[in-house]
Design a protein around this ligand. Structure first.
Ligand code: AMP
Ligand code: TRP
Length: 342
């Protein structure tokens, strides 16, 4: 079969299920900003339908969605250049999600580690939506025929599933309709770890606020969390190999590198030999310098929620120009009778 040429298009999403963390910023949003430009169309989504796979207080969901949108813009996403949407305003996501529920196999879904982590010991009590989540995620991406998806390391398995779903659909219906999306998992901070435990991901749902840096933390809070971050007693090495088996040290160096747009080796060339007592204040200063303009701008944008709502509505209109024809064609391929003039 001849290979269809797909428009270079970036899609990614973040759940409005709590405040943004430094992990979201370095692993995702900063990368979204970097991908804006003439090379790609860029679409970024607040995945509210995904958020409700676990209970969300309605008022919090509304606020978190607007705050996430403010975070995107404050970090440098231009709502003219990129399309900014919340998922529920573009109904084709959920519609294609249903079709993909019928393509994805139970066996595939049962292997998803994020479900196992999130459902925990009481999987019988998890929502059906949490189990089906990755099929909706595949729909988020493929309803745009997106070719590139920037995400953190934890989403790799979901992107492999997205490719499996695209391939099975194309195979079952004998078409070359959905692209094989490329995951873009790059940079020094694809997996930012907890400040309290170098073996755990930094997460908005960690019960300890000291484990994470929130995008809305003030300078004092950031400095305090970094000062108290777990480390080992040794000095920093001069080369990346010296970070092996030192997860906490590696995490802080990775964060420094990502914030400062450097490689780990470049950072270690400058700070190799220093003790954490000297390095931590450097990291705190850098983090405050990079994050406080963003949190200030977020707060300013949150003063005008009506403008955020207008940005999301305009984004949804633009998005539907892409998604409506792709869904229509999907339904035709599947054999659904289409509406006619009556
Ligand atoms: P979530 O907050 O789970 O919706 O994640 C949104 C995006 O942020 C995804 O691309 C994740 O891979 C990324 N992300 C979340 N936490 C981290 C982390 N600790 N390190 C790197 N990327 C992360
Ligand atoms: N599953 C992602 C997360 O938990 C969020 C997400 C939903 C997403 N749909 C997406 C990411 C599509 C990239 C592309 O972080």
């Amino acid at each position: 079969m001849s290979q269809t040429q797909f428009t270079p298009r970036v899609f990614s999403g973040i759940q409005p299920s709590g405040g943004l963390t430094l992990g979201n910023y370095l692993g995702a949003i900063k990368r979204f900003v970097d991908m804006q430009g003439p090379e790609f169309e860029t679409i970024y989504c607040m995945v509210d339908l995904h958020a409700i796979t676990v209970w969300q207080n309605p008022a919090d969901l509304t606020r978190n969605t607007r705050e996430l949108c403010a975070g995107f813009i404050a970090a440098g996403i231009d709502p003219e250049q990129s399309v900014l949407i919340n998922q529920s305003q573009v109904p084709e996501h959920a519609q294609l999600g249903w079709v993909f529920n019928c393509v994805a196999r139970m066996g595939w879904m049962k292997r998803m580690t994020q479900f196992k982590d999130k459902a925990g010991k009481n999987a019988e009590n998890a929502s059906l939506g949490l189990f089906g989540y990755p099929a909706l995620m595949a729909a988020d991406i493929l309803v745009y025929h997106a070719t590139h998806v920037p995400v953190g390391e934890d989403q790799k398995q979901h992107l492999e599933l997205t490719r499996d779903i695209a391939a099975k659909f194309n195979h079952d219906y004998g078409v070359d309709f959905f692209p094989m999306t490329e995951p873009v998992i790059e940079g020094a901070a694809t997996r930012v770890m907890s400040l309290r435990d170098g073996s755990k991901k930094m997460s908005k749902s960690d019960p300890s606020d000291m484990a994470r840096i929130n995008m809305t933390d003030d300078a004092d809070a950031i400095a305090k969390k970094i000062r108290k971050a777990k480390t080992d007693p040794d000095a920093l090495p001069s080369e990346a190999e010296g970070l092996e088996n030192r997860p906490e040290a590696r995490n802080l160096v990775n964060i420094y590198a990502a914030l400062n747009d450097q490689t780990v080796d470049e950072v270690l060339r400058d700070v190799g030999g220093k003790q954490f007592g000297e390095f931590k204040p450097m990291l705190a200063d850098l983090a405050v310098a990079k994050l406080s303009p963003i949190s200030g701008e977020m707060a300013r944008l949150m003063d005008d929620p009506a403008e955020i709502d207008r940005i999301l509505s305009r984004g949804s209109q633009r998005a539907r120009e892409i998604t409506a024809p792709i869904l229509k064609r999907t339904y035709e391929i599947v054999g659904m009778v289409a509406p006619v003039e009556v």
